[in-house]
Design a binder for this molecule. Structure first.
Ligand SMILES: [Zn+2]
Length: 195
């Protein structure tokens, strides 16, 4: 079972300190977690129509619940099938997210890094796999494979002696749970220019 943090649907924080402009500012993290758990526990029984969720939930259904559903859809934890929401199993989800399908991650994933953006690209890949819930060992395996199979490693420009060593040097990114978007966007720009 992958680890699943419950980020604030407004600002993605996983503690009670929200961004200044977050619409859920002042909401304590246990409340955020409860909204997700309400939704996930309903869907773990079986697919449900989205409109049916408010009456099925134990207790109150509020904006936080609505936002949690949106967040689960965005993260592809939940898919819409035949008019109902279905929670992916842990293994389906892992398989799905192991191959990023949306930009800018798709470009990084398919084309690999190039000299001039290695730092950002590897950072983004590590942060991506952390975000989707892979363990550190799984993250390392995926990023090492990606470095080799995308041709990135063969393009050179790395200080480290091996892909394994390089990925190990980015473990702090995984530990800190940094976002991937900014670094991935910057890396994609460089990749698009050179490939
Ligand atoms: Zn927030």
């Amino acid at each position: 079972m992958p680890r699943f943090d419950y980020p604030c649907p407004g600002c993605r924080t996983t503690n009670s300190l929200h961004d200044a402009d977050c619409r859920f500012e002042g909401t304590q993290w246990p409340e955020v977690e409860k909204a997700y758990i309400d939704v996930v526990s309903l869907l773990s029984v079986g697919p449900r129509r989205e409109e049916a969720l408010p009456e099925l939930v134990h207790g109150e259904w509020d904006n936080l619940h609505v936002a949690a559903v949106e967040s689960l859809k965005r993260q592809q934890r939940v898919v819409e099938e035949d008019g109902a929401l279905r929670l992916l199993t842990a293994s389906e989800y892992k398989e799905l997210v192991s191959e990023p399908t949306s930009e800018p991650m798709r470009t990084l994933y398919l084309k690999g890094s190039v000299p001039g953006c290695h730092d950002n690209a590897v950072f983004a890949m590590v942060a991506w796999y952390e975000m989707v819930g892979l363990s550190w060992a799984e993250t390392k395996e995926h990023v090492v494979d990606w470095l080799r199979e995308s041709g990135a490693w063969d393009r050179g420009g790395f200080e480290e002696a091996s892909p394994e060593q390089l990925v190990d040097s980015k473990r702090h990114v995984y530990e800190a749970g940094y976002g991937w978007k900014e670094k991935a966007t910057a890396a994609k720009r460089v990749i698009d220019r050179s490939l």
